[in-house]
Ligand binder design. Structure first.
Ligand code: NDP
Length: 284
């Protein structure tokens, strides 16, 4: 008789719709690279079943799960613990189970920060302009505030959403935040250090660009896009042509996955392997 173990450690993804979410490709590439006996299962979970699904993580012995639309906000109600930054953001995208209890984290903004810090970008004391005020913008701005940014200017079409984000940052984080309504072509202040594109604009198959004055992007500015597919958006191409240092949404996506990977497995994620797996998926 051998002492073989036929059981896999389990993690996964809750969402609806979820069929086209490629996270499994990235995470399982990481498991294979490290020879881990782990599986990442993509699960269709409807809103009315979210509570049971979260509780089931414990019953089924899952190490954790990612959470995507429409559950990122609702899931907070069903977790035993929520990280302070995820509570300020108001959304959780990563759950891990420890000692029989569920913990919620938001790794979207942290992934964004990691991809910049890995490249040596200093965030402390910086003046930052963020286009958009949705889930991605919320996660990124809270983490930028926690990382010591001096000022965040939120630019958004919807006044209520834009105002609420700036107010939340001023109330709950150390950063100074303001809001400008996006009614016409936006001109960046010349002392902007970092510009973050956090709207849906440019997501495949859209090839349009945010309505900003591209001549106001100056050489040396750091310009980031959250769009992972395609990684080289028209926005980043235009910013690069102005001499900006650019960061794509694929790096952000892989780095947020890297944080979950470590929480679930205790191992450092093989980032380059995971990035290549995802980039191949997007290219097909
Ligand atoms: P939300 O729906 O929560 O927010 C969308 C935001 O985009 C809103 O601020 C909206 O403005 C703005 N917007 C959309 N279309 C336009 C337009 N034509 N002109 C101006 N503003 C526009 O989405 P999320 O924040 O969750 O996601 C945004 C993008 O971020 C997605 O494309 C997603 O793929 C990407 N993302 C990437 C991640 C990564 O790891 N790389 C992680 C998470 C998200 P308004 O309020 O005025 O409607």
């Amino acid at each position: 008789m051998s002492a073989a173990c036929y059981r896999d450690e389990l993690v996964g993804l809750f969402g609806y719709p979820v069929d086209e979410n490629p996270t499994v490709v990235m995470i399982e590439a990481g498991f294979r690279e490290l020879g881990l006996k782990y599986r990442y299962i993509t699960m269709e979970v409807r809103s009315e079943n979210l509570e049971t699904a979260v509780k089931s993580l414990k019953a089924l012995g899952f190490k954790g799960a990612n959470c995507t639309i429409p559950h990122k906000v609702e899931v907070l109600k069903y977790l035993d613990h929520v990280a302070p930054d995820a509570r300020i953001i108001g959304a959780v995208n990563t759950i891990y189970v420890k000692d029989g209890e569920t913990y919620g984290e938001n790794t979207d903004g942290k992934g964004f920060i990691l991809s910049m810090q890995d490249a040596g970008v200093v965030l402390e004391g910086k003046k930052i302009v963020v286009l958009g005020a949705g889930g991605a913008a919320k996660a990124i701005t809270v983490e930028l505030a926690m990382a010591g940014a001096a000022h965040i200017m939120v630019i958004n079409r919807d006044v209520n959403r834009g105002t609420a984000l700036a107010a939340n940052l001023n109330d709950k984080t150390p950063v100074k935040a303001s809001y400008t309504a996006w009614k016409r072509t936006y001109q960046l202040p010349s002392d902007t250090d970092i510009l973050v594109q956090a709207t849906n604009i440019g997501l495949y198959p859209d090839t349009s660009c945010p309505d900003i004055d591209y001549d106001s992007i100056l050489p040396g500015m750091v310009v980031c896009d959250v769009i992972p597919n395609p990684p080289h958006t028209e926005f980043l191409k235009r910013a690069g042509a102005r001499g900006a240092r650019t960061f794509d949404g694929l790096g952000m996506l892989v780095n947020q996955g890297r944080i979950g990977f470590k929480l679930w497995t205790g191992m450092e994620a093989p980032v380059e392997v995971m990035k290549a797996a995802l980039a191949k998926e997007f290219a097909e």
